[in-house]
Write a protein that binds this ligand. Sequence first.
Ligand code: PMP
Length: 408
Amino acid sequence: MDSVLTARLARQRQNQRYRQRATTSGIGPRFQRQGREMLAFCSNDYLGLAGDPRLAEALAKGARRFGTGGGASHLVCGHGEAHERLERRLARLTGYPRALLFSSGYQANLGVISTLLGRGDVALHDRLNHASLLDATRLAGARLERFAHRSADDCAERLASLAGQRRALVVSDGVFSMDGDVADLDPLVAQCERQRAWLMIDDAHGLGVLGEEGGGTRQAQGIAPERIAATVGTLGKALGTQGAFVAGSEALIEALIQFSRPYIYTTSLSPALAWATLTSLDIVRDEPERRAHLSSLVRRFRHEVSSLSEFDLHLMPSETPIQPLVVGPSWRRAPGERGGNEAAALALTAALQEAGLWCSAIRPPTVPEGTSRLRFTLSAVHTHDDLDRLLSGLFEAARRLSRTGRSV
Ligand code: PMP
């Protein structure tokens, strides 16, 4: 076995796709990494709650009161008071009758799609949907089809061509994790209603961030909850803990409890974490200034980075804390050479790291060829001084690398 795996790993290295984990210590966004201070712009801790002492306190209290682990699955004896309370609060936040906890967003997506669809059914995905939604479709044994990114018209055409199929579920991220843009829910909902398709939104990156009360993409766009059959939210991003939930109708939640294998056959989320997440929800409700500060960072980042266009670096049309900067074609090593901007994205990221600034380089196959990018994620714990540091580091790195004839 090892020789087969070693050969596969070698191919991964050859293709420059080999990824390294970094071990950090400390609390983000200020980490120590290999003895160096790093200011991170790559976490999904959008409201800065993961390091909030109030959550740490609630976690410790929850552990003392309910234990650190659930000890069993929800249907055996792992479903406690903390879970029950959190589900009620999450239902209220998202505007649905009920919510159901899962241990991760990945599992929640597997759980919903594999319960709603089976062989012969179709899941129609936005082309940029998260990998967990695609894996969920495979687990369900359903046919996977895609529509053009954010295009309700293309979705409608494909739905029409599916007429006669047993069942169709339209699936879209709320906020797209690689581009940072947001689904246009109104026309999508209308098309699904017209063609009697079900609609599911994965709002992992919208919950807590978008909407007046942090209720997510649906709230921000003023769509009534009953028009979206299932909404998935995660606890590990803006809410600063871990886990996820599905929000929907009474019937959907009962069906998941009865039939969803990724719900049934796993230990429940830690009750201490469920308890701590109640404190996250208090903060989401009581401190809207976090969302306001985050929005001001996003606006300033976009305004200042737009002056970098001389370097053939391009902001994508994102108004969310996910801000990708696409490395344009003039960064290619030679005209027509594939992957040149991929190398530039890596070189720019490395130069930023040298300056103690940490962002992600996102490359194919995660994004299409020719759209390699640096992805910055902003958080309410970043200060305007942090942003100054990032902007001057980015400018400096781009200038230095472009002076080397862009042969990076
Ligand atoms: N959906 C989306 C859109 C995501 O970006 C992610 C995580 N990156 C997930 C689901 C999975 O959530 P979790 O990390 O809680 O498993």
